[in-house]
Design a protein around this ligand. Sequence first.
Ligand SMILES: NC(=O)C1=CN([C@@H]2O[C@H](COP(=O)(O)OP(=O)(O)OC[C@H]3O[C@@H](n4cnc5c(N)ncnc54)[C@H](O)[C@@H]3O)[C@@H](O)[C@H]2O)C=CC1
Ligand SMILES: O=C(O)C(=O)COP(=O)(O)O
Length: 527
Amino acid sequence: MKILVSDPVSAAGVEILQKEFAVDVKLKLPPEELIKIIPEYDALVVRSETKVTKAVLAAADKLKAIGRAGVGVDNIDVEAATQKGIIVLNAPEGNTIAATEHTVAMMLALARNVPQAHQSMKEGKWERSKFMGVEMRGKTLGIFGLGRIGTGVAKRALAMEMEVLAYDPFISADHAKALDIELAEIDDILAKADFITLHLPLTPETKNLLNKEAFAKVKPGVRIINCARGGVVNELDLAEAVEAGIVAGAAIDVFEKEPVNPDNPLLKLDKVVVTPHLGASTAEAQVGVAVDVAHGIIAALRGEPVTTAVNMAPIPAHVLKVIKPYLDLAEKMGCLAVHLADGRINAVDIEYNGEISQVDTKMLTTALVKGLLNPILQESINYVNAPGVAKARGIKVKEIRSKEAVDFANLITVRVRTDKGEHRVAGTLFGQEGRIVLIDGYRVDVAAEGWLLIGPHINKPGMVGKVGTILGEANVNIAGMQVGRTETAGTNIMVMSIESDIPTPVMLKIKAVDGILGAKLVNFNAG
Ligand SMILES: NC(=O)C1=CN([C@@H]2O[C@H](COP(=O)(O)OP(=O)(O)OC[C@H]3O[C@@H](n4cnc5c(N)ncnc54)[C@H](O)[C@@H]3O)[C@@H](O)[C@H]2O)C=CC1
Ligand SMILES: O=C(O)C(=O)COP(=O)(O)O
């Protein structure tokens, strides 16, 4: 598999990728060049410079994952990627401290006119009175967005003895209270804050959050810091508010258009301090995000769950710890169930019994559906597109969870209903090993690995021998074998672990054996 790195990403991450894949680093690609070469690649790694547009995604025939070495994914058309089943993942934690500290640096630089004084001295001047500043202590800081960076800034502001107000409707009052931060509404912050700092993603809701109308409501003399995204603050409205003296100054790291247009009015104002999107630019942060994104890409290309995928529901670490050992088993159960099923699948019921039912099992359900759809569809099914593909095909997926343990401490049972009948598979873990313990009402105990030959048959002597002879003559080796019984006498099931594929003519011979009630071959390796 091949990976394209199209923005400057630390060598620490590139080297991790190179251990497993072929990696091309091609920087500053014009959009048409990216569209031309993207069909060759299985994964793409970017920062904020590369624009992963609809047109790029339309050409990306092999692309399975896009890794953003940083937080903001506003340069990626996530919706178009999701529709194509491409996992978009980021590295949200590696640059938190860098962006937090840059925000504090910008806030202090703004308060004390550091860049302007520096420039003046470099020009040979000594202008002490021109650069009178203000203190932070006792001032009110309004924070929009109390996530990782907003919280980091709040802690540092509290250490500088500032009052902190924050607006973030998705944060609990308890989280804010524990940090000694008061949650407030937008207008309240606008009216009270001496400094306002933004730490929001750029979304349709946050675009132009600080515009003309908002500046009409601010406390006169407020200072604005934006190290989040250009566009959250309207640049023209901000420039006007600074010129009108309503806003005493601004410190801006991010712009609506990057690289910034030299005519941007903010660049012309002495009271506006600017940096060229440097929030994440520390040696430590760049190693952090590059390493994290590399691990995310590797997981995505291996078909493993990606905890930092942005186009999937995030999985809390404590939930992942419980469900992770079951993911592979669930996927293989889906694969087995679809092999058993004849006809059009209408519904899939998945029952979780025992302790496992006490956590969010959505991801296990997705793994099972992924395993179920992969053998029957041309397109590659993954954790991102599996639920949508099932829905589009009219397959109703239902989860049933019950704490009550049935025979095993933890048990997953899938029932696949087709227009021709119902099939059932149950599985559990023995230690870390996934075992299938029930197939269509027959009790079995087999590892979900390699190839499985499943042969329901009439309970009479010689059945296993006949199948074994056919396989032997075809030079197919049997690694393990068992015969399961149901409560109802008369039929048994043989389940054979096979070391290689069984050619179709050999399968036809097995199916034709008198007393065999339909034989199936399941390939657990495909997927
Ligand atoms: N200047 C730079 O180089 C860097 C910029 N960033 C940017 O900083 C921003 C924040 O990053 P993190 O703190 O890591 O993200 P985060 O996801 O931890 O925090 C974002 C917060 O915004 C809140 N939020 C989302 N929509 C909202 C809305 N409509 N109204 C109010 N609150 C809303 C969320 O609840 C969340 O708490 C992002 O835009 C990111 O791209 C991040 C790193 C470096
Ligand atoms: O992580 C983010 O959201 C950033 O804005 C950092 O951008 P960059 O990787 O420095 O282009």
